[in-house]
Design a protein around this ligand. Sequence first.
Ligand code: FUL
Length: 689
Amino acid sequence: MAKLTPMKKYIWPLLALSLSFCDEKALPPEAILPVPNERQIAWQEMEFYGFIHFNMNTFSDREWGFGDEKPEQFNPTDLDARQWARIAKEAGMKGLIITAKHHDGFVLWPSAYTEHSVKNSPWRDGKGDLIREFVDACREYGLKVGIYYSPWDRNHPDYGKPEYITYMRNQLTELLSNYGEIFEVWFDGANGGTGWYGGANEERKVDKFTYYDWPTTHELVRRLQPNAMMFSDAGPDVRWVGNEHGFAYETTWSNLMRDSVYAGMPDFDKWARGQENGTHWVPAEADVSIRPGWYYHAYEDHKVRSLPELMEIYYKSIGQNSSLLINFPVDTRGLIHEKDEAAIMEMAAKIKEDFANNLAKGASFSASADRGKDYRAYLLSDGDFNTYWTTPDGQVEASVELDFGKAVTFNRILIQEFVNLGQRVKAFSVEKQLNGNWEKIADGTTIGYKRILRIPDTEAEKIRINFLDGKGIPVISEIGVYNAPPLLFPPKISRTPEGKVNIQAAEEGLQIFYTLDGSTPQPDGNLFSAELAVTQPTTVKALVFDPKTAKSSAVKQVDFDLPKVFWKAVGATEDVQKAFDENPGTFWTSKTNELVVDLGQSVNLKGFTYTPMQSRYPSGFIAEYSLEVSEDGEVWKKATRGEFSNIQNSPIEQSVVLDPVPARWIRLKALRTTDGNAATFGEFGVVTK
Ligand code: FUL
């Protein structure tokens, strides 16, 4: 903390003493606006809930359908919404939100306003209502129900005209009147562009600010579901965190200048951290899928997020003043895939393990100042969010000390602000005392509803949390101290263009076991000691093993195709190598918006991959592409054409499957980039296996 002068040290206890005489009169501190309303208070306690992405895209194997899909395509073989609810409940989630209508316009309930729905699908002989089944399952398991509704509709002929807004409101009325209480209505920010639009097959741009007349729609939702939170990029009740990794920020305010920031505005990410002086309470929600895509693709079955990745998400969302919305891409059976279930259960178990024992419960608390008997420091570990420690008016700078009575070891510190009176803290630090010496171990900026600091294993007899700066006096609900058991990270697997594979563990003293035949590596199998030559399409699987604890990490799998050493770019500069150097961290910009590669040998091409550039300030992501192939470098044949939907928000490797075609030369052309800039290539790859 800022150094206490001897004078200040002397005054604080006196102040506390004098306040204790007027205990009965100590009034709660005045709120600092903005503050959460009742519906936001109920929502913030949920913290963790799930997304279900299941709709037409599940069957067309896309992320964004074009709108020309047919209801007959929607045909889950084994749909069981109770399985989704059971898994969510067991994982500790408090609710589920389902994609009632995604950008392709297909709806999961028999809406009276469209034929493009389950009623014309083979599922349950056209008599099914998936929203009904979902809602019933959620109620059975005690989960709250949320509805995702895409304003953009690539199927509807009227999209872009005023009539469509009526359609949208009619459908919302159905959804919000017929299925009981809804806790969140999720309005997606992706909006406008190309689509089928009832056969028009064209691009339709809308003015995102005016077209939807949001105030009227918001009123409708409020009238039908007064307790529902409305989500969009910028609220009104809960805002997007600005990325699809599930990460909030070290500094995350729940305040937002809501009147000047609106859903779908350009550069929304500038406001993703919130604004210290924001006029409205619009907290962040971090959304992320348990796999790279939001929808199910069998080719991502081995890309389910590992436990370390999921825990990183947990700590960067819930641990950084945000709620967490994890998505399950329900598969074509209509079930959450076994691997996704296993992953979320591991995560739930690890969260329990990390927070199993709150060392703060056994500590004695004292404070440099408090506001009186109802606001004493011991309330910081009473497990009741609604009781809090705070200081006399004007006392912004203050500290709280925890005396464990003996040396304890810990690596997590949890702090909750009583945000119902406004988010305040702007700067804080943590010190520890061992053998009489105080030493700073951490500092931070905002706290908000919940902040969890992860620090290296630390031994201390006492800790002191110094509230250094804030928008007003600190008002703190809870402090927790925990010792989370270590986590073994799966190894990193990489390959050089020549085909040399390297496998690395995150720490020293660990062993790596691997396989090259697709089988699961075992701690008594192949021990990795030197680079491996992988010159044919091969699946490399590896795990990290700790000989001290005999524990293994999760298995990491990477599918390598042909090595790229003999590849040559046609008609381009040297830098072009960066487009296929097995390192997505480097990139190449193409002035002609295309990449032409000579593979050096003829292959049976079954697909290709494109990873957009991974730099902090992205540019030139390919949004629409064509792929041509040639066997002699002169006669070219069209192989495919399509779009990389959602690449802007989710800049991950894009995989395209082709009808096999012989090829030696390949031309990947950007027909459109997301920002109109010259196309960039982080990494290009082929699939021949
Ligand atoms: C995005 C959409 O475009 C994605 O497809 C997905 O639904 C995600 C949750 O929101 O904006």
